[in-house]
Design a protein around this ligand. Sequence first.
Ligand code: B3K
Ligand code: ZN
Length: 870
Amino acid sequence: MLPKAKYRKDYKQPDFTISDIFLEFFLEAKQTKVIAKTLVHKLNPEATTLRLDGHSFQFVSIKLNDVAFTQYQQDNESLTLELTELNMDKFELEIVTLLSPANNTSLQGLYQSGEALCTQCEAEGFRQITYMLDRPDVLARYTTRIIADKNRYPFLLSNGNRIRQGELDNGYHWVEWQDPFPKPSYLFALVAGDFDVLRDTFITKSGREVALELYVDKGNLNRADWAMASLKKSMKWDEERFDLEYDLDIYMIVAVDFFNMGAMENKGLNIFNSKFVLANPQTATDNDYLDIERVIAHEYFHNWTGNRVTCRDWFQLSLKEGLTVFRDQEFSSDTGSRTVNRINNVKLLRTVQFAEDASPMAHAIRPEKVIEMNNFYTVTVYEKGAEVIRMIHSLLGEEKFQAGMKLYIAENDGTAATCEDFVSAMERASGIDLTQFRRWYSQSGTPELTITDEYDTNTLTYRLKVAQITPPTQDQMDKVNLHIPLRVALYDVDGAKQELQLNGERFASDVLNVTQYEQTFEFSPIYKRPVPALLCEFSAPVKLDFPYNNEQLITLMKFAENGFVRWDSVQMLLANELRQNLQYHQQQQELQLSSAFLAALQNLLENYQQDIELTTLILTLPKETEFAELFKTIDPVGIRVVRNFMQKTIANHLKDHFLRLYNHTRTENYQLDRESIALRSFNNMCLSYLAFTDLGNILVAKHYNHANNMTDTLAALSLAAQAQLACRDGLLADFEQKWQDDGLVMDKWFAIQATRPDENVLGLVNQLMEHPSFNFNNPNRLRALVGSFCGQNLPAFHMIDGSGYRFLVDILIRLNSSNPQIAARLIEPLIRFARYDSQRQTLMKRGLERLRDVENLSRDLFEKIEKALQ
Ligand code: B3K
Ligand code: ZN
């Protein structure tokens, strides 16, 4: 039977709900027994059957009001109780199920990670634990008793407060937890194991003391401080900026090695991929540190936006995810560099999210149709969702936005809400009409703004003509006009920013409201033809088309007040250079960079002290995958050739500058403050060019050997591989020998190997799958080796003989049965065949067809393959 889709329009309130659930776990890695006692209430008086979600369990018994119950039917996905005879609208159900955590490689439900046992329930993992109304609009109070071997599992954790515990005579012990806040099943969590614990406290602004506990594998305490500090920083920030305070007396975070995604916001008991917890200067790069801080913050912020106010149904996922990403972005921007954060977020959106819009998986931030919910934890729902919140924030301003948040939470606290509830609260609190704006929730795809300008010397009038269009996407042919906030500024050619009058009135805000298919905005008086800065700070998630010439872009790069605009103007310059050279390459002509462009880069470098963080970002050449998104049809080999050429040309042209500044910004002592991070990353950027000059081998080897932190070590190692330097093999061997017992650190090594520009890197990757540090069941290892190869090494994965595709398909066939969720992540590059030439397309489709025919194809893969081959 083919998996069936669910539609947003079909949402119905449940016929029954569950108010209380008492869970008892008799934990054993091989076989765990779960007794679930629930208090069920009939909401719809007409209802005669109760359908509970659950996998085809080995299950022992069902009792209704303490009496064995036999009037049921079981299939692969559910248990349906026949209740015609029952004339009660409230009853107790007891269900006993048997699980095998040790054999659960899907890493959903209850599973084993290392020696520990843990759970992952979002989106629909609870149904792998017991039969349940496993939907987010059923909110219950949970009490959980865990019984286990004390030696093996000294720590037994679940949500809420620890209310009771005791010893049993056979070496077993038990702990009972109670969560006072009703919650949906996806927020349930349980952990059992032996850990080192880092303890701390946080005093909330109303003076309550919260115990903070961070659980890590034994021996890892020296990597836990940063995560704890990040948690406290997040708690404080949420009080200050959003006036939101933590609500339980205890907050626990557990780090595990086997985890399908980044982390999970289970009420009071977050479970994290150890990648987003563990850090010390020897093992983690500056970016790792920032990622940890961001993810810790994100999960913490979910306590209000996600847990206290949750989602009515999974189509509303962006309600909690878009909003929480917006909040974590604001946290990082308030506590670090707003410009750097904005640039990095925009990069992600433009490359990964725009690519998703152009793929078979295109969907609106609030999808209409879903087969496997896990397939919709996407950059669209998360990052574009956050952009939609950001646009509301731009339209309302901070004060009204916060008023909207207050109203949203007051109205929806303790309930399961919808995106509409959020927008409506924002609208009512601000008095600003968001009727047309709401279309961002239902329309998929990347809108395109085509702008032209004209200047009238007689009337001193400057006009911007703006046209919007959203091209059709695979999921939705017809598109409507959106409400697009377009942030603008006008500069004169000497770089002075103009005071603006729009259509005869002072233009106080800098946001134009684009709402129609075509619109003209008139500014006057404007005394000289200006250079427009358009879509400043990426005020909307759209593509911009304006006929800039290089001179105008260089003006913006030099003079724009806003750092984002300066960065963005260089991105456009780079895009022009890339396009031009790719054409040269395809016509077998000589490649060249314009001297104006090179001079502009030199100017930037010479003035790096004006803004060192921004200079680093501007001078960091976009990755191949970023460049690829500039084209409808991607030429993987051409992009590599041209990008290499750009790197080498810039390197040799500015070699003396890079060398001087490289030497000038070396520091011996390692610190982790913003300034030191900025300096390190500038220094490593300089090295990234020098690596491609005749000094490369000497400098990179020295950099590696002198490094006293992972940021520098890794910069050198990856440059040695990228520039194919003579020191490469020695450094790789040294790193391997040092870190072979540390999977997290080895992931960096695997990723560097997988993205090598060498001829037969596929052969190497195949060999590395046998490496003692590799583990096929660990998602981090898979992402590092297989994910990097298929997603980041474009020429190697897209080898014209199809070997890259065959490699991936073979792996997906294995993963289809062991971990379908990861399979569905890794398949992404393959379903995007439409972006490649016809020869590659044919080969990619052949791979997908081979997969489609696999027996017992998971819903996760089925959904994506179906869409791709449609
Ligand atoms: N809510 C989780 C993601 C769950 C993914 C399920 N496949 C983490 C987060 O977004 O914070
Ligand atoms: Zn989240």
